[in-house]
Design a protein around this ligand. Structure first.
Ligand SMILES: Cc1cc2nc3c(=O)[nH]c(=O)nc-3n(C[C@H](O)[C@H](O)[C@H](O)COP(=O)(O)OP(=O)(O)OC[C@H]3O[C@@H](n4cnc5c(N)ncnc54)[C@H](O)[C@@H]3O)c2cc1C
Length: 374
């Protein structure tokens, strides 16, 4: 196998798929290489929440990125539905962040104050108001923040739609193909070496999630990305109508339009191991039962795990790798890659087309010293 593309994207999760489809829409010849199945790692494992205010604990570039990316979702999923016929089940019922102890109440109040000061449209609900909205929630809930504009999506359908859109836009899609090295002339990247042969390109974008350090390490670039396992489960929602995503200190519940409630999730360090453990799954289920006690009687459907790509400072790593030509990275989206995918793709394509990095200046790889040992 020896072929040429303008750009090779390595890693077919939500980030690689979003970048590849966006690049192809600009008329760029793209190859997307995935070592397993498209979307088959962290991206399929996710709960699908699109919730920057729930996730980010202070104002700053990451929260701004999350808010802007969420704003792109409506159009993004409409375009995908038009192009592929797949409805990704974007739900905009909003999110309840609940407090069940005095300490959690303090934490909730603090969060409410800064988010209000920043001008976000949120409401603080009393116990009565919470139970009017969600009668199945624990009587121990003391208060909640209701955030009406946060959302969730069926990430499995989103991934399916992206693969179809990539095909329609003539992205050269290679599954079950592992990139095992980068081709270089001096500090210029000229392609990749895969387990099936070599491929030539002017530019390689590494979007390989928790594995990004492996590939970049091949050319002596040390990106601080590592896997954080998330164990997560699904239960049946038949006897348990929930209309909002509910998030608490002990876990979260995400009702889906397909009759499941996703309950999550652990954050444990287990290297690249993504099996579930008895301890992990029982912790997740106990957390969900503490928020919605009636879930103890719901049918248990499935548990699984995925590897979140975490970084040394908790922010994604986006943009050109310093001292290299034709080498870009887009990884480290940790707990929020589904949320951040559409804006990541826009920024990376903007960089490829114009060399512009101003929008992602807070996320550039150069904020780390990427020890180069060649
Ligand atoms: C339990 C759990 C719940 C989550 N919930 C949410 C949520 O509610 N909302 C949200 O926004 N985010 C959530 N996330 C986070 C989100 O899933 C990740 O941030 C996102 O999927 C990262 O996408 P990615 O494309 O970078 O990584 P991945 O999806 O892991 O994709 C990287 C791909 O690169 C491939 N690859 C690696 N090395 C190579 C190689 N050498 N050659 C070819 N291919 C390679 C891998 O096989 C993989 O498919 C959750 C994650 C977990 C685990």
């Amino acid at each position: 196998m020896k072929s040429y593309s303008d750009i090779i994207v390595v890693g077919g999760g939500i980030i690689g798929l979003s970048i590849a489809t966006e690049l192809a829409s600009s008329g760029i010849a793209v190859t997307l290489i995935e070592q397993g199945m498209f979307g088959g790692e962290a991206s399929v494992a996710a709960a699908g929440m699109l919730a920057p205010l729930k996730e980010f604990t202070k104002p700053g570039p990451l929260l701004d990125m999350g808010i802007r990316s969420l704003q792109l979702y409506d159009n993004w999923v409409s375009e995908l539905r038009e192009a592929t016929g797949i409805d990704c089940q974007l739900s905009t019922a909003g999110i309840l962040t609940v407090a069940m102890t005095e300490m959690e109440e303090d934490w909730l109040q603090e969060r409410y104050q800064w988010q209000k000061t920043e001008g976000y449209e949120i409401r603080l609900l009393s116990t009565r108001e919470v139970h009017e909205r969600e009668p199945h929630l624990s009587k121990k809930i003391r208060q909640a923040i209701y955030s009406p504009h946060e959302a969730d999506i069926n990430n499995c359908l989103l991934l399916e739609a992206l693969v179809i859109q990539a095909e329609k836009r003539n992205v050269h899609l290679l599954q079950n193909t592992a990139v095992i090295g980068l081709k270089q002339t001096g500090h210029k990247i000229t392609g990749v070496v895969t387990n099936k042969g070599e491929m030539v390109a002017n530019h390689v974008i590494v979007a390989s999630g928790a594995w990004a350090a492996d590939i970049l390490g091949q050319v002596g670039v040390d990106v601080p990305v590592y896997p954080v396992r998330g164990q997560i489960a699904a239960v049946g929602s038949s006897n348990l109508p929930l209309s909002h995503v509910v998030f608490g200190k002990n876990g979260y519940l995400v009702p889906k339009q397909d009759g499941r409630i996703i309950v999550g999730a652990t954050e444990d360090l287990a290297g690249f191991e993504r099996s579930t453990t008895v301890y992990g799954v029982s912790t997740v289920l106990k957390g969900a039962m503490s928020i919605v006690p009636a879930i103890s009687q719901a049918p248990f459907l499935q548990a699984w795990a995925g590897l979140r790509p975490a970084t040394a400072d908790g922010h994604p790593i986006l943009g050109p790798v310093p001292d290299w030509t034709g080498l870009t990275v887009a990884c480290g989206h940790y707990r929020n890659g589904i949320l951040l995918a559409p804006l990541t793709a826009k920024w990376i394509v903007e960089y490829v087309r114009s060399g512009e990095t101003k929008h992602m200046s807070a996320f550039l790889p150069e904020r780390f010293s990427l020890v180069s040992y060649d």
